[in-house]
Each structure stands twice: as C-alpha cells, then as structure tokens.
Design a protein around this ligand. Structure first.
Ligand code: TYD
Length: 402
C-alpha cells in the first residue's frame, strides 16, 4: 500500500481526502501550515493518536507558533519583504501533543520510524513553500497530493501576495524538489474550474482556454502551467485535477454554503452578491475525493481531469434550499453589492474522468442535507470560528463595503 504525502491536509478537501485515503488503507504524511482555514480537529479522530511534528528554526525559539512564524517570515521576506505569512494562534494547538525537533536528522528519523510503524497518520506542521521541509518529506512518499492553497476569491480581491506565495511559489517548490527524486510516482495537483473563467452556456473541457477572472484563479492557472511545463521538460509525474465548487463537512465558513448555514442558524441574514442569479456546479466533497482517488489509480501523467457533478443551481436558490432544510424561509438573505469581476457561471464537461470509471453518487438535495446536519452538530465550533480574530477582521473588511 502506498504512502501518500498530502499537503493542505488540515483544510477542507485535503482533510476529507486524508480520511478517505486512511480508510482505503494508505499511510498518510499530512502537511499543513495551519494557516487560517487549517485545523487539526479536521483530522480527528486519527490525529488524536498520531505524531504531530514540527521543525524548530533555531535554539532560541521556545514557542511553536513563534518558531514557525519565524520560519515563514524568513522565506516570505525573500520574496515580498516585511510581512509575516503565517501565524498559528495558540488555541489551534491546544490539546494536541506536538513534538518539535531541533535538528533535521532527528526529524528525519521520526519520519522513518513512522514509515516502519503500523500507524496510519503522521502530521507535520509545514508550509509547501518551505523547501527544506519538502526536501525531507518527499523521499518518504510514493504519491503526493497538493491541496494546499489560498482559495477564497474575495480574499484575493483584498490582497494577492498570499495567493502568489502559496499557490504559485508553493507549487513550484514541490515541483522543484519532486524532480530530484524518483520515488514519487504521481504528483496530483488540485486545481479548480475557475481557471477557465465564466461561461454563460455550454461546458468547459480540459482543453478549453484558460481565462481566469480573479487573482485567485490566475494564481491557480499559473500553478497549472508550471505543472504541465515540469511534466514536459523534466518528466515530473504531474496530473491536474479541476473540480467544480465543492461543499460538505469541514469547509471554512467563508464560502457560500457553510456561511449560509451558520448565518441562518444564528438568525442573521446571508449576504447575496448582486442578483444572486450566478450559477455554480456543486459537487459533494466525498464524490470529489473519490474522483481524485480514481485519478491516482488510473490517471496518466501530464493529463488534466475535470471533476464536476453535472448539477448546477443559482446562488439564491442554494440559500433558499438551506433555509428550507432549517425550517426558515423569511428574512434569511439580503442583497449586497456584487463581487467585482464576478463569474456568472462555471460548468464542466467531466466525461474524461468518467471514462476512468468514476461517477458522482450524491445528489444535491441529499448532500446539502448531510452538510446542514454536520454543521448543526458542530455549530458551537463554527460560531467560534466566525467569532475568531481572523474571520471577524476579514468579514469586516470585505462585507462592510458591500
Ligand atoms: P464561493 O463559495 O465564494 O465560491 P466561488 O466564488 O469560488 O464560486 O461563492 C459561491 C457563489 O456564491 C459565488 O457566485 C459568490 C456567491 N456568494 C455570495 O453571493 N455571497 C457570499 O457571501 C459569498 C461568500 C458568496
């Protein structure tokens, strides 16, 4: 059974994929910088009996958040100067048993000991932009899945540097290390349908032109091109996956569906951009994860695979459906100023991945009900996230102007 490297493993799709991969019997070396949407609890229960490691930057640093912050600071400064990329608040680490290593040799031995053990999950606090750490980790995996990315369009309108840093330079960093080693048989890069831009009718297939509208989509398109160029030039075993809008458990509540659920549960109104008539093709995260796994099993290096459900719906209708499930139909939304360069519609042709033997299994009504139930069950946790410093400051900055 292969050992997977999974970056962005504490985020939404990455954590759902990690659960699935462990269920399939794989060992997973999970990597995540624990930036704002990454949480160790997304990997529970596995994480509770797993080793969680970090590499200290220097002898002076006694606190994990400080040392890791410093690490990012150093790398970040190389590119954009003067800005700290990632800080891990203490409460994200509370209750977990984290071991920090002073030197690379001990750290590497810990990874080797995990490989020899019958443990399923090893978690490493690391950013994909950290070349030293990626260099240590990659020789121990057979297949690498890169879910790590800044993904929120609205944030990319407010500030672009984090997107350029993580989405482009982070991917480049993995590719650069990847071609040094021959043990990684497949490098699966999780991209997005947003690289194709908007289409009022018809669908995008894998050879449609790239026409990104947001800074976020532009950085993902850039990373895609790097992967394809590394495949052609250096034979890097890169495969691109372009999923449509995912929804389901463990999604950070800045995105439409979890935001709407929590807002309605709190008795607040959901902000609808513009007319609310924009359409998205929604795929339940479990279906997407299964598609990614199918690409691991049967996909070919240098190829691109769209993953869509074939189900599209207008934003306003999505919010109304959530209201219906929660038994609330009145005063649940308000129209706000539109997002600049707001894509009207995304829709994918997913026949290529279907030819690998994959089909979506969850219809929207069923998936939405499962998702709402999950957020009801975890309501207190998500209200806390929405009250956190990160979420509140973003919310104020973005929505106050709407
Ligand atoms: P989002 O979940 O941010 O995903 P994406 O922009 O990547 O598709 O948004 C989904 C749709 O919902 C998109 O058309 C924007 C819209 N939207 C709102 O109307 N209000 C909101 O507060 C948010 C977050 C999104």
């Amino acid at each position: 059974m292969e050992t997977f490297g999974v970056s962005g493993a504490a985020g939404f799709i990455g954590s759902n994929f990690t659960h699935f991969a462990i269920g399939k019997g794989h060992k997973v070396i999970a990597i995540d910088s624990l930036s704002y949407p990454g949480f160790l609890f997304n990997l529970e229960p596995w994480i509770l009996k797993s080793r969680i490691l970090g590499l200290k930057n220097g002898k002076d640093f006694s606190r994990v958040n400080f040392s890791i912050e410093k690490r990012h600071d150093r790398i970040y400064k190389k590119v954009f100067s003067n800005k700290v990329l990632c800080q891990i608040p203490d409460n994200k680490l509370k209750g977990y048993n984290i071991t920090l290593f002073e030197n690379k040799e001990d750290f590497t031995r810990e990874i080797e000991s995990f490989i020899e053990s019958n443990e399923k999950l090893l978690f490493i606090i690391a950013s994909i932009t950290d070349e030293e750490l990626i260099n240590i980790i990659l020789p121990h995996v057979n297949c690498f899945f890169n879910f790590a990315a800044e993904t929120h369009v609205d944030r990319s309108i407010l500030s672009q540097e984090e997107f350029i840093f993580t989405d482009i330079l982070g991917t480049y960093n993995i590719l650069k290390v990847l071609i040094k080693y021959k043990n990684v048989k497949k490098f699966i890069q999780i991209s997005t349908d947003e690289v194709y831009g908007s289409s009022i009718e018809g669908s995008f297939n894998e050879s449609s032109i790239l026409n990104p509208s947001s800074p976020y989509a532009a950085t993902k398109a850039s990373a895609d091109l790097l992967c394809l160029a590394f495949y052609k030039t250096f034979n890097a075993p890169a495969i691109l996956i372009r999923p449509s809008n995912n929804y389901g458990p463990r999604q950070y509540p800045e995105k439409l569906i979890p935001l709407s659920i929590i807002k309605i549960l709190k008795g607040e109104k959901v902000p609808i951009y513009g007319s609310g008539k924009q359409k998205r093709e929604w795929i339940y995260v479990d279906d997407c994860v299964k598609g990614i796994y199918q690409v691991f099993l049967r996909g070919t290096a240098g190829e691109i695979y769209n993953i869509g459900s074939g189900f599209e719906i207008e934003n306003l209708e999505v919010v109304q459906k959530i209201g219906n499930i929660l038994g609330k139909n009145e005063d649940i939304y308000e129209f706000v100023k539109d997002r600049p360069s707001h894509d009207t519609r995304y829709f994918l042709n997913s026949s290529k991945i279907k030819s690998l033997g994959w089909e979506p299994e969850t219809d929207f009504e069923e998936g939405l009900k499962l998702t709402v139930d999950w957020y009801i069950e975890n309501k207190d946790l998500y209200i806390k996230i929405m009250e956190s410093a990160d979420f509140s400051s973003f919310y104020k900055l973005w929505y106050q102007k709407r």
